[in-house]
Design a binder for this molecule. Structure first.
Ligand SMILES: [Zn+2]
Length: 117
């Protein structure tokens, strides 16, 4: 059961906290969209300029509810890795760079997901 309900305020505050804990504050502020989604736990959507390759916009989508706070933080952190990948001009795969954050997640008592989201 997904009993943990996410509020916009909480998501924005947690983004800032996780940014410090997991990424040394490297991420710029990113719009977080809270949206009911049956198949996805979260998604990082970025829109690139086709000519320059620059990022035009970026949104992290998270679900409205999760089983618990830890799952929610783990998913948000997962999407934040993808955001960092895009910002640094990398691809958004679950590759070696992606896995380089696994230890940081464990240190902060978060689950490290490598499912396709
Ligand atoms: Zn992913």
């Amino acid at each position: 059961m997904n009993n943990y309900v996410i509020t916009k305020k909480e998501a924005n505050e947690d983004f800032i906290k996780l940014n410090m804990k997991l990424f040394s504050g490297k991420l710029p502020s990113i719009k977080i969209l809270i949206q009911e989604h049956e198949e996805l736990w979260g998604e990082c959507i970025s829109d690139f300029d086709v000519i320059t390759g620059d990022i035009k916009s970026m949104t992290i989508m998270i679900n409205t509810t999760y089983p618990d706070k830890k799952t929610y933080h783990s998913v948000l952190g997962h999407e934040m890795i993808h955001a960092l990948q895009y910002i640094e001009g990398r691809d958004g795969e679950h590759n070696e760079y992606f896995y380089s954050f696994e230890e940081k997640f464990k240190e902060n008592n978060l689950d490290f997901y490598d499912d396709s989201f």
